[in-house]
Design a binder for this molecule. Structure first.
Ligand code: GTP
Length: 423
């Protein structure tokens, strides 16, 4: 708003000074014309006065009354010129001089009037005396001097007036200069303000973009953290905390998927259920924490024996574990079970209270099927459980295989002898 006020003020000053300048020019011109007219009027007055004087003087000198015949015309012309000059000089200092000229003219005319009366009466000496007696000549001289001084005063007045106009013009020029300076100053201030606003805008923009970037980085970081947390959560929700194997929930999902896949692809599927022998006695003897450590060791052994893609070892519950073997034939499943049993024996974890052996042993039930029909999923798992039960029942520390393609045949393996016996 301040800038607008400054612009308005500068424009107002400019308009005012232009107006005043125009007025001064017009006035100066009209003053010149007026002075010229006054000057011409004065010169005419002097000329007419001289004509009047010389016409009457010659009439007296030549004693010829006809010489003064044009006197009245000249006089009325002089009177009119005088009135015109008076009107033009009204209000001017020159007006006083014109008034005294008029008085002197009237004085001259009254002398001439006396001379006229003598001329009409043909009294030439008296007429001569009236005109050339002294006072008339003196007054005539005075009139001439006054008229010259009036012309001089007119010139001075003209010069004064011109000076005033010049001063006025100079004042308007100074004011115009001030207005221009004001405009420039306002423009400069305005441009500085614009620059400052622009800089502020750019600063804000960069601040916004910086905070946007920071926000995006934070969002990215949070997203990554969330992904990690989700992954951890997913792992936690699918992993058994003690052994690090898949938990029961994860097993159920995998088991259903592998079952469906083997159905679709018509590939064999096998499952091993295994259990630590006399684990209660182990716990009782070595304590629960040591029992936990034993279960962890079993978990490590299972992980080391499960290597093929799609195979999964899970903690089924308590000291019971389960292994899924997609695509495994009964023979391959037996081999895996054997390798697990061999590994736990090789670990030689002491179990002094076991009636089976002085080390920790496992019982494993294997169920395998090469041809599937809907509804066999639970059956295969139950069969593995049954095989496990049989392994326990037959003295533990062994593997029992039930092949669902030949359901009447259950096979027990004594891995120590690596012999297979049908039951
Ligand atoms: N340390 C520990 N022990 C567990 C855990 N889960 C189950 N158990 C124990 O495992 C034992 C299982 O005992 P039982 O079901 O009687 O079987 P067992 O003693 O192994 O005998 P068999 O299976 O017949 O050879 C119980 O004493 C449970 O307390 C666990 O997470 N940690």
């Amino acid at each position: 708003m301040r800038f607008l006020k400054g612009i308005y003020l500068a424009v107002a000053i400019l308009l005012l000074t232009i107006g005043v300048g125009l007025y001064a020019d017009l006035r100066s011109e009209s003053m010149h014309v007026q002075h010229l007219r006054i000057q011409l009027g004065l010169e005419r007055m002097v000329r007419l006065n001289q004509s009047l004087t010389s016409s009457i003087t010659l009439a007296v000198v030549e004693k010829n009354s006809l010489r003064a015949a044009s006197y009245d015309t000249l006089q009325s012309e002089l009177e009119a010129t005088m009135q015109e000059v008076q009107a033009l000089t009204q209000g001017m200092t020159l007006a006083g001089e014109i008034l005294s000229l008029r008085d002197q003219q009237h004085g001259l005319r009254s002398f001439e009037k006396q001379a006229f009366e003598q001329i009409r009466a043909q009294r030439w000496d008296a007429a001569f005396q009236a005109l050339l007696g002294g006072d008339y000549v003196m007054m005539l001289k005075l009139y001439e001097i006054n008229s010259e001084s009036a012309v001089g005063a007119l010139s001075i007045e003209l010069a004064n007036s011109a000076q005033q106009q010049n001063q006025l013009r100079q004042a308007t020029l100074v004011l115009r200069l001030l207005a221009v300076v004001l405009l420039l100053w306002v423009g400069w201030r305005y441009s500085r303000r614009l620059q400052a606003e622009l800089a502020e805008q750019m600063r804000l923009q960069s601040e916004i973009s910086e905070s946007k970037n920071a926000l995006e980085a934070t969002v990215l970081q949070r997203t990554a953290e969330l992904q990690v947390a989700n992954q951890q959560l997913e792992t936690l929700s699918t992993t058994d905390a003690l052994t690090g194997l898949a938990n029961r929930r994860s097993f159920d999902t995998h088991w259903a998927e592998e079952w469906q896949r083997s159905l679709r692809q018509a590939t064999p599927l096998a499952v091993i259920m295994l259990d630590v022998d006399h684990f209660k006695a182990y716990n009782d003897h070595y304590g629960h924490p040591q029992g936990d450590a034993c279960l962890q060791r079993v978990g490590e052994i299972l992980r080391s024996c499960i290597r093929r893609a799609g195979e999964l070892a899970a903690r089924y519950g308590g000291e019971e574990f389960v292994v899924i073997l997609p695509g495994a034939t009964p023979q391959q499943a037996l081999e895996t079970a054997y390798s697990i049993l061999g590994a736990i024996r090789a670990a030689r974890i002491p179990h002094v209270d076991s009636p089976t052996a002085d080390i920790v042993t496992l019982s494993l039930g294997v169920a395998a099927a090469s041809l599937h029909a809907t509804g066999q999923r639970e059956q295969l798992l139950n069969t593995a459980d049954l095989a496990l039960y049989q392994a326990k029942h037959q003295g533990r520390n062994r593997v029992v295989l039930i092949d669902l393609d030949e359901p009447d045949t259950a096979v027990a393996i004594d891995p120590q002898n690596a012999q297979v016996s049908a039951k």
